[in-house]
Design a protein around this ligand. Sequence first.
Ligand SMILES: [Zn+2]
Length: 89
Amino acid sequence: MDRKWVTQCALSRICGVCARPLGRPIAFLGTPREVGRNAFHLPPMHVACAVGLGEREETELVTTAGFEFVRPTREDDDRRPTFQPNSLL
Ligand SMILES: [Zn+2]
């Protein structure tokens, strides 16, 4: 999943796996560190799509009703945008 696609998912509110519009809840997959920071790098997904993807990797799944798309600032070492769920379910 490249950065352009991740941004498109964020702005269009489409699923990063199947590209269909997102409803609620919205699922995010992340490493324990991403979950701890509440900042995810993978795009938002349907719960079913996230479960399918997550089975292949060491990730945790969180669900939320909404999220912020946060673009990196010049000061950030990590220049990738992140997704920050703002109403965890
Ligand atoms: Zn999907």
